[in-house]
Design a protein around this ligand. Structure first.
Ligand SMILES: Cc1ncc(C[n+]2csc(CCOP(=O)(O)OP(=O)(O)O)c2C)c(N)n1
Length: 641
């Protein structure tokens, strides 16, 4: 058992502020050990939290949270913050059903003034808070903490550009650990490295002098002088200075003796405008396995604290991600025009596998989904075959680029949409709920959903062959079903689904990953004497109209099912059937979709239960539909419901 004498005294930051400064390094040690112990049992994000233990303590020690607003970018590094903001008793429920979220969440705590999980929102949101504070004549402080990886996104620059022109005091801490999930990429990352290269940290005396001098009364009246002074001292901070920020740093983000006085000085300064404090930290700090392998310990399964060994998946069946990557590699061996693109997720999307084989044809563009899509569009104009490998949830950020730069120009960009549907422990911010809806509404698009890994291979093959318009194929998180994979020449006919099981009374038409559950439900229905057809739609766009009409005309009930929100596959089927007058004939048609709510994190099984998308729910839907005999009453007065 780790000793937690000091940590036991800190339920809230107000308790922390009662400790002497001398106690804080010991508290940091206890907090770090607690964090390692917790994550070894829950799994989740580890490296980032370990890197900000001292920063977390220093920020809550100096600032009067929750009155002062502290916003963490992404929020994956906030487990230490959660432990000392009243959530220690629930910290072992992290990422579990009914438990604490793995990110910041407004409804969870007043110490989380802004919810996050998608990156690079912290400067915008805190600028909003800072301006609101000014408008309301409040005197609280507003602080954002953003990583060097998150700094690569456009939103961060848009926010800095805006903040630099504002007269609102906003404190931005750039937590530079020289890592995103994978090593960071791009010119900004090189720039930050240059800022640090050959330079030791400013020591405490120098840094405090720098800050106090810059903001002191002596300089206040002499506009420009302070800035000049700062520029002289902070030789490398010019980019941020040019954007209108006061740049302070770099400082050692693990040294509480530096952090606390610097933060205090910044807090007490009367500066009206944005300030950027550049702290340097080590991802995984204090836990050797995480320090040694910073990318592998970004997010972890449960692990053995002593050896650092993570529990491995018990199955040999490859993940959908791996099947995608290996298949794309096979195609790329024959077709030199194929290129792969990821937004800072090479490991998560399998682009690392592709990149190893074709280093010159894989592009990690940083956390920059909008750019990734338009960059791909540019490649497509030059007859390259770009595959944007992206999580459904992160593609949301690039929707206008999908519409304006890809679809309207009818460019053959291929979207490999990973983590489609519910994702388990990462919860609603990471669920891929909307892609069927937001892509199927777009003219020109081909939208496919894989029901197993063999279908995924066929969809990749098909996508490679589609050269005259954009295409997308979605597949779920996790492992496939263990089916045999077809070879890369097997191409689907566009807009053609298939019957998987023939029956007579009821038809279940599945789009994507719920096919197995549909088959399970059909089996039970058969036992109950209800003859059931199951079909795999494969395409949400274009629809297989013939298949759908056949199912309608030859069955009493048609159920559509998909792991996506309203407005997706089922809605398109309904629209088509309504236009064809099918409803007038009294056919019973039902749709099964994700419900109109954000579903909290849980095991996938429980989430499907909540969503009503498991075999049991399908069976029930069929039985209810068969039983229902609703006669629609004539509406006399539309106001009288
Ligand atoms: C819009 C968006 N794209 C991708 C991700 C996935 N993601 C989560 S954390 C992370 C890396 C963040 O790096 P950094 O900001 O340097 O923080 P660190 O983990 O190094 O502390 C990425 C790419 C995300 N959360 N949001």
């Amino acid at each position: 058992m780790n000793e937690t004498k000091l940590l036991d005294q800190v339920k809230y930051p107000s308790d922390l502020r009662k400790l002497s400064k001398e106690d804080l390094p010991k508290l940091a040690k206890e907090l770090r050990e607690e964090l390692i112990d917790v994550v070894s049992t829950t799994g989740g994000h580890l490296g980032a939290g370990l890197g900000v233990v001292e920063l977390t303590i220093a920020l809550h020690y100096v600032f009067d949270t929750p009155k002062d607003k502290l916003v963490w970018d992404v929020g994956h590094q906030t487990y230490p913050h959660k432990i000392i903001t009243g959530r220690r008793d629930r910290i072992r429920t992290l990422r579990k059903g009914e438990g604490l979220s793995g990110f910041t969440k407004r409804s969870e705590s007043e110490y989380d003034p802004f919810g996050a999980a998608h990156s690079s929102t912290s400067i915008s949101s805190t600028l909003g808070m800072a301006v609101a504070k000014n408008l309301s004549n409040n005197s609280n402080h507003v602080v954002a903490v953003i990583g060097d990886g998150a700094m690569s996104a456009g939103m961060a620059y848009e926010a800095m550009n805006n903040a630099g022109a504002m007269k609102s005091k906003l404190i931005v801490i750039l937590n530079d650990n020289d890592m995103s999930i994978a090593p960071p990429v791009g010119a900004m990352s090189s720039y930050l490295a240059r800022l640090l290269s050959g330079k030791t940290y400013f020591n405490l005396r120098e840094t405090v002098k720098m800050v106090t001098s810059a903001f002191s009364k002596r300089f206040k009246d002499k506009a420009g002088k302070a800035e000049e002074f700062l520029r002289d001292i902070v030789s490398g901070g010019t980019l941020f200075n040019e954007l209108g920020f006061y740049y302070v740093g770099p400082i050692d983000g693990h040294n509480l003796n530096t952090l606390i006085p610097v933060l205090k000085n910044i807090k007490n300064s009367k500066h009206n405008g944005p300030i950027l404090i550049h702290t340097v930290t080590k991802k995984g700090k204090g836990y050797k396995p995480a320090e040694d392998s910073r990318d592998k310990y970004h997010g972890v399964n449960k692990f053995n604290v002593v050896t650092g060994e993570q529990t491995k998946s018990k199955t040999d069946i490859p993940s959908y991600t791996k099947v995608f990557a290996n298949t794309l590699v096979k195609h790329a061996e024959n077709d030199t025009k194929i290129v792969g693109i990821t937004g800072a997720m090479p490991g998560g999307t399998g682009m690392d596998i592709f990149g190893k084989k074709f280093p010159d044809r894989m592009f990690d563009v940083g956390i920059a989904e909008q750019h990734a899509v338009t960059f791909a569009a540019g490649l497509a104009t030059e007859s390259y075959k770009p595959f944007v490998a992206i999580y459904s949830t992160f593609l949301q950020r690039a929707y206008d680029q999908v519409v304006h730069d890809v679809a309207i120009q009818n460019l053959p960009v291929r979207f490999a949409i990973d983590r489609a549907g519910l994702v388990g422990a990462d919860g609603p911010t990471h669920a891929g709920s909307f892609d069927i809806t937001y892509l199927s509404t777009l003219p020109n698009f081909v939208v496919m959903g894989a029901s197993d890994e063999a279908e995924l291979v066929k969809m990749i093959n098909t996508s490679v062959s589609i050269n005259d318009r954009p295409s997308a194929f979605r597949y779920p998180r996790g492992n496939g079903l263990g089916v045999k994979l077809p070879d890369i020449n097997e191409i689907l006919k566009i807009g053609e689904g298939k019957i998987v099981k023939e029956g007579k009374k009821v038809a279940i038409l599945s789009f994507g990953g719920r096919l197995m559950e549909s088959l399970k439900a059909a089996e039970i229905l058969e036992i109950k004497g209800i003859s059931t057809t199951v079909a795999d739609a494969r395409f949400a766009k274009p629809l297989d109209k013939k298949l759908i009409m056949d199912l309608c005309l030859n069955h009493e009930v048609l159920i559509t099912i998909e792991e996506g929100s309203i407005g997706g596959f089922g809605s398109h089927v309904f629209q088509m059937l309504a236009e064809r007058g099918i409803f007038d004939k009294g056919l019973k048609i039902r749709s099964m979709i994700l419900p109109d709510q954000f579903i909290n994190q849980d095991t996938p099984e429980n989430m499907y239960k909540v969503a009503g998308l498991d075999a049991k729910a399908i069976e029930q839907k069929v039985i209810d539909a068969l039983k229902s005999n609703i006669v629609i009453p004539k509406i006399k007065n539309i106001n009288n419901k």
